[in-house]
Design a protein. Sequence first.
Lengths: 435, 293
Amino acid sequence: MKKAKAWMVFVLMAGALALPLTSWAKTEILWWHAMGGFLGERVNDITNKFNASQSEYEIKAINKGGYADVLTAGIAAYRAKNPPHIIQVFEVGTQTMLSSGAIYPVYQLMKDQGIKIDWEDFISVVKTYYSKGGNLYSMPFNSSTPILYYNKTAFEKAGLNPQVPPKTFEDIEKAAKAVVSKGAAKIGFTVSWPSWTLMENMHTWNDQPFANNNNGIAAMATELKFNGKLGTQVMELLTQWQKEGIFTYSGRAARGDQPTINGEAAISLASTALVGTMARTSKFDWGTGNLPKLSGYPQGNSIIGGASLWVMKGHKKEQYKGVAKFLEFLGQPEQQAWWHANTGYFPLTRAAIKALPEDHFRKNPNLWTAFAQITSGKTTPNSQGIRLGNFVAIRDTIEGEMENIFSGKKTPKQGLDDAVKKGNQTLKEFTSLYK
Amino acid sequence: MKKSIFKNPILPYLLVAPQLFVVLLFFFWPAFDSLRLAIFNVSPFGDRMIFVGLDNFIDLLTSPEYYRSVYHSFIFSLGVTFSCISVALLLAVLVNQKIRGLAFYRSAILWTFGVAPPISGIIWLFIFHPTYGILSYGLAQITAYEFNWLLKGWIALVLVIFAASYAHLGYNVAFFLAALQTIPNAVVEAARVDGAGGLRLFRSITFPLLSPVTFFLFIMNMVFSFFETFGIIHAVTQGGPGDATTIMVYKTYVDGFVHMRMGLSAAQSVILMALVTFLTVMQFRYTEKKVFY
């Protein structure tokens, strides 16, 4: 009896030891990402393609939740000395990653591995954002920008011309009023990622400063500026619309995506990354347009959102070889073109744009919208991007204060002033850490 | 008390050693680490630490935001505790009677204890949702008031109180039911002979006899709602709108893991630690002695 037990334990242990042996054949590379649902499936498609294309490395793509969750998990794993090889970090985490001392800059990795990548071929807005001193620190992956979505079916029901998207705030007001009063849609106007669409991009699109030092691109930002005329004007307009029943606040982060996708909202501002999902799932006619302009301000540009891939320190050399090969693969024109066409994110290199079929944008006008918007806008010191220390916290602060404004607890000016005050404190703490 | 029954003087220490090790590793070490972190300003990735002394505590105790989270915590916890205890007591008394289908009712009431708090949060989120929630729809039919918890702080607070109470109701019922069954029949019968009716019986006999359990549950509910409801808040409101449902534990999380201000977060966890210690001492000291009667 005793002997039998001992044997069983032995067999079990041997089995347990043998299991990982089978996977040692390939070098495993971990990639933590934030792509769920439809986009998560596309991430799996692309990693499967890479895994099938060679036999040395196996990319394991793991969805760790939303963007903020992935960053949090990555930091915790790094502090526990067990980080994944690659981590997808949203654009607001960029300065945090740059200053972290925890990353292996992508340009350095490629140099060390002797892989040549034509960095100059990357489109400039994307390249500047993820570069320091002219060198790319992370691999651009899913870059987006906010655009305007509108429900053509609801427009038609309300007697509006479904071929013309609203171009200004006045247009939105008129259309939303018509839609709501005729009962053509539940929600007249809403937004996803409220801070990103209403504060960050409204400032850059209308060429107004969001923070000092060229929004933190020229040097670390120390002072926020979004409580000026434009910011206040946007928030006042929206609270007014809310009272009139034509604007509905849908919640923080990506919660506004839902009413856009299911057609509840007649007009909304959301990421171009929704195009892929909408094309697949929505059961109504929809269209896209540029971000709305506020009259009286010069033309700026919309800025990129989305995320890039950061390589973490602390792994073995042969594993880094696999990481470099995978990133090189992601940069290939065919992969870029495929990713863009299936998701709605930007193709990131000129070669990728050339790799698209000639009539691609004519056939897919909604994929063209974001591209046309960002290439036609004017890139000025106010609109080349916003890079702030601990931007994650600042965005959270802004969205919290927006809720105070929309719930009537604070006036627009007061709410924005408080957000700036608290945000400046965050910046001060960040710069004091990284002096 | 009996003297030691161990012959070997070292053996008892060896026997408790594993448990002691677990406690040291998972309770004392993190607790001391929080104490240490609380006096530093720490970078997100932990590579830089600047000694700041008591600055984190001063920051907290001078910020109106922190006091708001304390205030929200108490409103939330008292709300959960009060609704849990009163509803649970009512249900426990009801299922303590000899009625048909008793086993069914008892398990139906107790099983909410098996619902994980975040799941309970999601259930109530669906019921309350401003666009597709059945309760919001019903309320909209009978009143003109907009019950939108995305915008109205107090509604969000009521929502998370409901969700937390629902998740913890079974626990309360179980304790009340057990306590009800320990009430001696003789006492109840004597009171009946004296002519006490149902309500009078409850007020003069049952409720006072239940008071030790009620007090115990009061403490346990406070501890639960202060420290274990993070999942509900995170799943439903994320502390919003504004900071209307940001209770102390949630603020500790947001400051530490969203805003990545580890030092500030550690300082808050030190304050929370003091609070839970206080509640535990209260419980040990008073539930043992039979309070109030």
